[in-house]
Write a protein that binds this ligand. Structure first.
Ligand code: FES
Ligand SMILES: [Fe+2]
Length: 432
């Protein structure tokens, strides 16, 4: 069905959401058009294309794109479509090339997408075909980056990326500042899984702090029992620090606080989070103090957030140096990618911990992620059944503290959902 602005407004009300938000393929198509077509969407980190000719391919909404670095160090996001008859030009997930060459009739394109060569050009003479006309190039998509994180947008008049991120940029900065050299790089490959649920169920779970003690109870209990069997003098095990906080009490999560921003971004924590009691590797601490001095080091390492969402496509954990990326496929199918990062100038133990966390928490055979996935799948199933049309989001409604550029509420509030759906509505309404 076609949704009018009034019908969209009906779907998202202050304390409840209509189930069609999650199950109607027409809503999904509209989301791809209006949210993915207007917001800044995360493409990749520029360290993934470190050298001239390096590229990665991905789907940006429903559009295949390639992110590539040219010979002038510029990173471009190009529509992965040949300007001749439309074939997808690049077929591999990543690689390095001198130029792109279409597999069909051999048109070639420079690394910035410009059409370079057309075989047997004489046939075009006098036909009106102009090889230098940009319509025959691989189309360049507007892109911008912050601290190496590259975003793209199809909005012809987008807000500046940094302005769009608002106060949520502090967390991206914190992630990079945790590197003694102030820079990070993608390392250790990617974990990529398809989830049988709507993309928004994943986002809503990020800072849903009413679920961990229920959904993850069995794994936390087992981990805690196992830790008790370890001898007193056993070497420190990162697992013993990573898993138990998932079973923290309502009071602990309540105290973390949620902060929401314009455009749907938000984070949980700040002073405390499930990561704040991790021990600090002495070699890492020394490298940080050498780079920043003791006071700035303390400031950086005590800014402890849990998940930060750059709505709708990127979520980062600065304290553990990994990110998760949302790639919707269909109304009930979503690809989630987990990427890990190396802190430049830090000892390798930091990257080992990040990779351990990604495997332990986010992998399909891990101990925590599959619990969440089961919950998303069950929600999707429940919503697809007939019966009640609504899901609720009342927690701490009416108690959001307005600080001008941000809203704050307790860690167990539904402020994160309200923030996301304010942005959802903003993007989804047709502009007259
Ligand atoms: S479709 Fe690409 S060269 Fe013809
Ligand atoms: Fe969870």
């Amino acid at each position: 069905m076609h949704y009018s602005n009034e019908q969209i407004a009906e779907l998202v009300q202050p304390t409840r959401l209509h189930k069609n938000v999650y199950i109607d393929p027409d809503v999904f198509d509209l989301e791809m058009q209006r949210i993915w077509g207007n917001a800044w969407i995360y493409i990749g980190h520029d360290s993934q294309v470190a050298n001239a000719g390096d590229y990665i391919t991905l789907n940006y909404g429903k559009m295949p794109v390639v992110m590539v670095r040219d010979r002038n160090e510029q990173v471009h996001v190009l529509h992965n479509r040949c300007g001749h008859k439309g074939a997808k030009v690049v077929d591999q997930p990543c690689g390095r090339v001198g130029a792109f060459r279409c597999c069909y009739h051999g048109w070639t394109f420079k690394l910035d997408g410009t059409l370079a060569g057309v075989p047997h050009l004489s046939g075009y003479e006098g036909t009106g075909f102009d090889k230098s006309d940009p319509q025959y190039s691989m189309q360049k998509i507007t892109s911008a980056s912050h601290r190496g994180f590259v975003f793209a947008t199809l909005n012809p008049n987008p807000p500046d990326l940094r302005t769009w991120m608002g106060g949520a940029a502090d967390v991206m900065d914190n992630l990079c500042d945790r590197a003694p050299e102030g820079e990070i790089e993608a390392a250790g490959g990617v974990l990529r899984y398809e989830h049988e649920c709507n993309w928004k169920l994943f986002l809503e779970n990020l800072n849903d702090t009413m679920h961990p003690m229920i959904v993850h109870q069995s794994v936390v209990d087992s981990a805690v029992d196992y830790i008790k069997t370890l001898p007193e003098d056993s070497p420190r095990r990162d697992e013993a620090e990573i898993i138990p906080p998932f079973g923290a009490s309502y009071e602990v999560f309540e105290a973390t606080g949620i902060t929401g921003f314009k455009y749907g971004h938000h984070y949980d924590g700040g002073k405390t989070s499930i990561h704040s009691n991790y021990s600090v590797d002495p070699d890492y601490e020394k490298a940080m103090i050498d780079a920043y001095g003791p006071e700035r080091t303390r400031e950086i390492l005590t800014f402890n957030t849990h998940n930060t969402l750059y709505y709708p496509s990127l979520t980062i954990k600065s304290a553990i140096q990994n990110i998760r990326v949302v790639r919707p496929v269909a109304v009930d199918r979503t690809i989630i990618e987990t990427w890990s990062f190396r802190l430049k100038g830090a000892p390798e133990s930091m990257l080992r911990r990040t990779l351990l966390y990604s495997r332990l928490i986010n992998a399909n055979g891990s101990m925590v992620g599959p619990d969440d996935l089961t919950a998303y799948f069950r929600v999707q199933q429940g919503l697809q059944s007939s019966g009640s049309d609504w899901v609720e989001m009342h927690r701490n409604f009416g108690r959001d503290e307005d600080l001008g550029d941000r809203l704050k509420n307790t860690g167990t509030s539904d402020l994160d959902m309200r923030t996301q759906y304010a942005a959802w509505k903003h993007y989804m309404m047709e502009v007259a």
